[in-house]
Design a protein around this ligand. Structure first.
Ligand code: SF4
Ligand code: SF4
Length: 373
């Protein structure tokens, strides 16, 4: 059985968080089950972009600090690392409050730069991931619970995509192309190539709607934890009312018969799960092909899938989205931004990274009809 623990937590007040984290980890065996004295323990928060904690884009600094303190009490040395989607780690850590949290506990911030190869043994065979991540004695995964335009939800498994360093992220997106199944498989292979010891989800203030960067913060009031991020994500999705059929990662995990992918094999402990009402709002850019037969999906693909388009009132033609676009589907002329629908793989990296939230979702009539079903 895969164990997942849950506790309620409505505040980022440090004292309360410390207590709730201890309560959360107790049924899992406490922090000492995961960390031994002298080990180098890497905390991997979500440091997507330079946003303040209230924006709910990044893992809250109080969660990072409280987990770091627990690790230190168990005798571990704490490192905090990531490769942000946009901007330097230093800038993102400063704005998100993670730098102050690291300083408060004397932990070292590590910008993922150097890489090493690891065998993935699946579709992708060899993966090039952060060397610091691969070489840490223990990794504790600290995702933020958010919706995600491409993968519906970003939580334990998706958070580990940050171990792919810098521009290599775009390269892997391109390899997966428009296939969410392939990209989900890649995420699972990353998670399995170097298993994390523990995933602790920051679901105190979560994000719904157009996540992971432009959604709406929503007070959720939960912390979740477990050794298996697939199992943790399954519980997180149930909590926010997102059906498993809309989760490419969980679907692919199920197809591969991976541990933690079946609800029947989960053992929940702590506070009984109480799904929120109303459920999370889904992202606008979410693919509407889910649930349609494969032959119809292939036939109507271009009419069904939404496309990003620039809102001229907000776009300043800075080029950040163009530079991040894996298949180079964006062109910017003197006064306009255009997206080539034939090239676009609907990864939504552009919307994820636009600092002005200037990219909107454009849908054809057919796509609008299907979404209303
Ligand atoms: S990143 Fe945003 S503001 Fe910059 S060019 Fe793209 S859409 Fe416009
Ligand atoms: S235009 Fe946006 S959604 Fe399309 S491939 Fe480029 S980054 Fe991805």
């Amino acid at each position: 059985m895969e164990q997942v623990a849950l506790v309620r937590c409505h505040t980022y007040q440090l004292n309360m968080l410390r207590n709730q984290l201890q309560e959360l980890l107790e049924p899992l065996g406490g922090i000492s089950r995961f960390v031994r004295p002298g080990q180098r323990v890497l905390l991997k928060p979500n440091l997507l972009a330079a946003k303040t904690p209230e924006a709910a884009v990044t893992t809250h600094p109080a969660v990072v600090q409280a987990v770091a303190e627990l690790v230190q009490q168990a005798g571990g040395e704490v490192l905090i690392g990531d490769s942000p989607g946009i901007g330097s780690l230093e800038k993102v850590a400063e704005k998100s409050g993670i730098m102050a949290a690291a300083q408060a506990v004397g932990a070292r911030l590590v910008a993922f730069q150097a890489t090493a190869r690891i065998s993935a043994g699946g579709t992708f065979r060899q993966l090039e991931l952060s060397k610091d991540y691969l070489e840490a004695d223990v990794v504790i995964n600290l995702p933020k619970l958010k919706t995600h335009e491409m993968m519906t939800l970003t939580c334990g498994v998706k958070n580990l995509y940050g171990t792919v360093v810098g521009a290599a992220k775009a390269g892997l997106h391109l390899t997966a192309g428009r296939s969410r199944e392939l990209f989900a498989g890649l995420l699972l292979e990353i998670a399995q190539a170097r298993p994390v010891a523990l995933t602790i989800v920051d679901g105190v203030l979560a994000m719904e709607g157009n996540g992971p960067n432009s959604g709406t913060p929503r007070q959720l009031g939960w912390l979740l934890a477990g050794a298996n991020p697939i199992a943790v994500d399954l519980v997180a999705a149930r909590l926010v009312g997102i059906p498993t059929e809309l989760l490419p990662v969980e679907q692919e995990a199920l197809r591969r018969h991976l541990p933690g992918s079946r609800w029947e094999e989960l053992e929940l402990s702590g506070v009984p799960l109480d799904a929120i009402q109303p459920p999370f709002k889904l992202p606008e850019g979410l693919d509407v092909q889910f649930g349609l037969p494969r032959f119809l999906r292939n036939l109507l693909r271009d009419h069904l899938t939404p496309l990003p388009a620039a809102d001229e009132r907000l776009c300043v033609l800075c080029g950040i989205c163009r530079d991040a676009c894996p298949p180079q589907a964006i062109t910017i002329t003197k006064n306009a931004l255009k997206v080539d629908s034939g090239r676009c793989i609907r990864c939504w990296c552009c919307r994820e990274l636009c600092p002005r939230h200037a990219l909107v979702v454009r849908r054809g009539l057919l796509a609008r009809l299907v979404r209303q079903r």
